[in-house]
Write a protein that binds this ligand. Structure first.
Ligand code: GDP
Ligand code: IMO
Ligand code: MG
Length: 429
């Protein structure tokens, strides 16, 4: 019985949370392995809506959640999120949530630097979530980050803060932003330590034991392949590797533990923040997709940019992400459109390209090559079997399968948990 890794195949917000929640009924443990509270995963269960940023989505099903070492954890955001979901009736005691002792902590200075840099970039801004994700990952590879385990060692914390503040205050001052004072930071970390430490452990040991016991692990990706720091539309990306390989290194397991790689894609495309988007629609159809799909960022509330399904981009995500099956979501949002376009490749300065080249100038200049396909009149919303789908909607799905070179293993037809069509159980490999 393999494990399953769920990753985004576009620019995020594909519906990973809904799919992870749905699959979690078949899993024993749900693991977050990268990203941080830049993620926003929405789960709709009956009349409750859960918006999760750091907490693994399996908690809603009462499944053990693990925050792996690859995640950057803002401890204040974590506690606030735990309090929020508890007020919705979920339980998150330390035996339901384990946080890697070697996970990196996001401090207030990371958010301050993120926002100061974005302000300095002006029109060239990336459109980050402003939550300090990039600066925290920089500190990790710069070997000066504070990790969850450091909360248990006040002397270590104190010494690390000296180094961290030397670095950050220099940058903040240069950007004309407010600097941070050591004692206040140390006090607030020491104040929060007893609330966080009960969750902290070497999660790799637990995961190793779970694997040997044959327990099913579901890896929950955040962001998406085209926001991957290596494979995405750099520099308009997030600061972590989002592809499935990271599920192993970001949780402390070997690559064979990752199992079946399920890529999630919307039946159209959206993007939040800046950066190239060849199939973006600036017209009435784009506005309609945004309205019908409720395309507003979960984290920042920003309207998402909308466009046609970009099969060339998803095909690239399939290849670099090792995606073995696709979950196609939000098919219902396309109901009633007369005709649909699918982007199958690009032209750049008159030359044809099957995939987006890496150079930012070329990416910005890429024009979509479209294939037109008829739409469908009948509703797909809430469909739970192929038999409930109009023939033309099935044709659209089949064409996407061909173009992206991966089978559709799940279809989602509304935000609601059970409005899902399973073609093949990812846990069966
Ligand atoms: P994630 O970041 O990949 O987990 O996705 P988000 O939760 O940020 O955004 C996806 C949005 O689409 C959420 O509001 C979901 O409730 C909603 N959603 C998920 N699947 C479907 C679907 O099949 N149809 C519709 N209409 N909405 C969906
Ligand atoms: P989920 O998990 C969509 C985008 C930001 C910005 C870029 C860098 O909900 O799919 P960052 O704060 O990470 O440094 O911002 O990445 N971004 C997302 N877009 N969904 C997300 O997460 C995102 N997380 C980051 O908008 O363009
Ligand atoms: Mg999201």
């Amino acid at each position: 019985m393999p494990n399953v890794a769920v990753i985004g195949a576009q620019w995020g917000d594909e519906g990973k949370g809904k799919v992870v929640d749905w699959l979690a009924s078949r899993a024993d443990i749900v693991v977050r392995f990268q990203g941080g509270h830049n993620a926003g995963h929405t789960l709709v269960v009956g009349n409750q809506t859960y918006k999760l940023s750091l907490l693994p989505s399996g908690l809603v099903r009462g499944k053990l959640g693990i925050i792996g070492n690859g995640v950057v954890v803002d401890p204040w955001a974590l506690l606030a999120e735990i309090a929020r979901v508890q007020s919705q009736g979920l339980r998150v005691p330390p035996d339901m949530l384990r946080v890697a002792d070697n996970a990196i902590l996001i401090l207030p200075l990371h958010g301050a630097l993120d926002r100061a840099r974005e302000a300095a970039r002006g029109d060239a801004r990336i459109g980050t979530t402003g939550r300090g994700i990039g600066p925290a990952y920089e500190d990790k590879v710069g070997r000066r980050a504070i990790r969850a385990c450091d909360l248990a060692e006040p002397e270590t914390l104190s010494a690390k803060l000296d180094e961290l503040l030397l670095h950050h205050n220099t940058l903040l001052r240069g950007l004309g932003a407010e600097t941070f004072e050591k004692q206040a930071l140390l006090d607030s970390l020491l104040e929060i330590a007893p609330k966080i430490l009960p969750y902290v452990e070497p999660v790799w040991e637990r995961l190793d034991a779970a694997r040997r016991d044959g327990r099913r692990i579901l890896f929950e990706g955040a962001q998406a392949a085209m926001l991957d720091v290596d494979h995405g539309t750099y520099p308009f990306v997030t600061s972590s590797n989002t592809v499935a390989a990271t599920a192993a290194s970001g949780s402390g397991m070997g690559p064979s533990a990752v199992g079946f790689v399920l890529g999630i894609a919307k039946a159209y495309t959206t993007r939040v923040g800046s950066g190239p988007f060849p199939s973006e629609l600036h017209d009435e159809t784009g506005r309609q997709l945004g309205e019908r799909g409720h395309e507003f960022g979960t984290v920042t509330g920003r309207p998402r940019r909308c466009g046609w399904f970009d099969a060339a981009m998803v095909r690239q995500a399939v290849k670099v992400g090792g995606i073995q099956g696709l979950a196609l979501t939000k098919l219902d949002v396309l109901d009633g459109l007369d005709q649909l376009q699918i982007c199958t490749g690009y032209t750049i300065a008159g030359a044809r390209f099957a995939h987006l080249p890496a150079a930012p100038g070329a990416q910005a200049a890429a024009l979509p090559i479209y294939e037109t396909i008829d739409g469908w009149r009948d509703s797909t919303r809430g469909a739970r079997s192929w038999a409930d789908l109009p023939a033309q909607a099935i044709k659209y799905v089949r064409r996407i399968e061909e173009l992206v070179e991966a089978p559709v293993t799940l279809l989602s037809t509304s935000p609601e948990r059970d409005d899902t069509i399973m073609v093949r159980d990812p846990f069966q490999g």
